[in-house]
Design a protein around this ligand. Structure first.
Ligand code: NAP
Length: 532
């Protein structure tokens, strides 16, 4: 065996987080290597190439803020950027900041074991290569382990089958094909309208109806771009203080303090703007079930307007969860797709698909013949990518054991018993409930500043005390309990993966509050953490 190559820091993942981490750690003078399992950089935007894949956070908000030059040089073409444009942006960043020379592609980390006596991590890849690093930073993404459903017979299907999160680079030909889509989450809601225009027949299998509002995507005019570019810093600062990391006008008013007429006008105005700004219409939409139901009914009304057949419209109306407790979708022509003659909606709410067969699938008495099946069935969110690696901390404790009843961390950034290990946008942090760009930058900055502090103060290791971790887990639980999120069977709650503990995974306190809490820990010299 050859000796492991030694680095100050190893970063796992070359998506949005990994690229920024590499830039910052390298600028600080550390030796850094990024290990990435894909054959290219870009993370989420490398893998999710399904038709219609697009970010539903606006492009001029969903972009790095750490380089004013980059902000000015890069010009987004649309209000919501498509997958290929975001990937091109991240590839540009990798080139522009000369990052590629420290990124190892096609390299999957299999295990990471703490060398207790040295406070260093020993990292091994799938093909047996070994590295040693003082700091190990998991930039592995929140939605990076696709979930293939365990529908009986799934391996028997003789046609083409693709998961949205593992889409072939060469694309998929739908013209003239009979296509089945399983799932109606954000990915499928984007793909379905496009597949419908190409396929001969499209059948959508819906287990849970989802709330969705129009994106109203459009090209960005040169005037809009230059106006934003001139005031980028203002918008960025604003986004960082909000709940979800977006510069929206957030009303502090309770929905009950508005008249029915005022409320309707407010909802209509925000619906006309499009996207998630509806979430910020009133202060109590996500804490008061009655307030939330008013917005639910407003959106159901829109679904009924958009879908011609009242029975189909009713199937598409969600009734089983408060709005936002499963991620709302942002669509372009989604509900209208069900007005097309070649599209059929099949509700599988009452009972699951019986089996997938060689030629399609069987649901009850009906056999469906398909050339192609698209799985829009989601991901093992937040913990999936971390637990896919055999991570072992102090005294050989495995993270899988430690998290067997749900993830535990301090600030969603550090784990007691796992010194010098950091997670970016992991469970226990706002992550998927926010504009990921804002959360990623905040995490990367906190982690790199922490490493810088250790070096300047002559410390070699940091980890949260057990008490600090307990306090964070309890705080996150209490904030979560006070919200409506636990009322849904959602991937936020781990409910989409059989056997996964039912724990609210993201921190629901909002990115502004969360940032203040993280900053306070750093300002107090990492009070509550053990530094060696
Ligand atoms: P998802 O939200 O988890 O949706 C998965 C869908 O598949 C759900 O409708 C689910 O039904 C269904 N499903 C899962 N297993 C099934 C089974 N065995 N039988 C039938 N139906 C099954 O996954 P996603 O759409 O890929 O989105 C995941 C997240 O990625 C989003 O919530 C969002 O955070 C992010 N995303 C963002 C964008 C964007 O920015 N535009 C786009 C795509 C994704 P149930 O609801 O009943 O479980």
């Amino acid at each position: 065996m050859t000796a492991p190559t030694r680095y100050d820091a190893i970063v796992v993942g070359a998506g949005i987080s990994g690229l920024y981490l590499l830039h910052r750690l390298r600028t600080m003078g550390l030796s850094v290597l990024v290990l990435e399992q894909a054959s290219g950089v870009g993370g989420t935007w490398f893998w999710n190439r399904y038709p219609g894949a697009r970010c539903d956070i606006e492009s001029m908000t969903y972009s790095y803020s750490w380089s004013p030059e980059l902000e000015q040089e890069w010009t987004w073409s649309e209000r919501y950027a498509g997958q290929s444009e975001i990937l091109a942006y991240l590839e540009h960043v990798a080139d522009r900041f000369d990052l590629r020379r420290d990124i190892r592609l096609g390299t999957r980390v299999a295990e990471a074991i703490l060398e207790d006596s040295e406070d260093r991590w020993s990292i091994a890849t799938d093909d047996g290569e070994r590295f040693s690093a003082r700091f190990l930073i998991m930039a592995t993404g929140c939605l990076s382990v696709p979930r293939i459903p365990d529908i009986p017979g799934i391996e028997r299907f003789a046609g083409e089958m693709h998961h949205t999160g593992l889409w072939p680079h060469e694309g998929v030909e739908f013209a003239g094909k009979r296509v089945g889509v399983i799932g109606t989450g954000s990915s499928a809601v984007q793909a379905i309208p496009i597949i419908a225009t190409e396929a001969a027949q499209l059948t959508v299998f819906q287990r849970t109806a989802n709330f969705s509002v129009p994106a109203w995507n459009a090209p960005l005019s040169p005037e809009m771009v230059s106006e934003r570019k001139a005031r980028y810093d203002v918008f960025r600062r604003w986004a960082r203080t909000t709940t979800a990391g977006n510069p929206w006008n957030t009303r502090r008013q309770s929905v009950w303090d508005a008249t029915a007429e005022e409320r309707e006008r407010e909802f209509e105005e925000r619906y006309a703007v499009g996207g998630f700004c509806l979430h910020a219409a009133y202060s109590d939409l996500f804490s008061d079930p009655g307030a939330n139901e008013l917005l639910c009914e407003f959106i159901r009304g829109k679904i009924r307007e958009r879908v011609r057949d009242p029975e189909v419209a009713e199937l598409l109306c969600p009734y089983d969860h408060p709005l936002g407790t499963k991620r709302m979708c942002v669509d372009t022509g989604y509900f209208e797709t069900y007005n097309l003659p070649n599209v059929r909606l099949v509700s599988i709410r009452e009972r699951p698909i019986d089996e997938i067969t060689e030629s399609g699938l069987r649901f009850g008495d009906e056999q469906f013949g398909f050339d192609t099946i698209v799985l829009g069935t989601g991901f093992d969110a937040l913990t999936g990518a971390l637990l896919a690696i055999d991570l072992r901390g102090r005294a050989g404790q495995s993270l899988r054991e430690k998290w067997s009843e749900g993830p535990r961390s301090a600030l969603g950034l550090t784990i007691s018993g796992f010194p010098n290990l950091f997670t970016v946008t992991g469970p226990g942090s706002p992550s998927v409930l926010s504009n990921m760009m804002v959360s990623i930058e905040q995490h990367v900055d906190w982690i790199v500043d922490c490493i810088d502090y250790l070096r300047r103060q002559g410390f070699t290791a940091i980890e949260p005390s057990a008490a600090e971790e307990d306090a964070w887990v309890e705080h996150a639980r209490a904030v979560g309990e006070a919200s409506l999120y636990p009322r849904a069977k959602s991937w936020y709650m781990g409910a989409n993966i059989p056997g996964k503990p039912r724990v609210l995974l993201p921190y629901v306190g909002g990115v502004g509050t969360y940032r203040t809490l993280c900053d306070a820990v750093a300002e107090r010299g990492y009070d509550g953490f053990v530094l060696r």
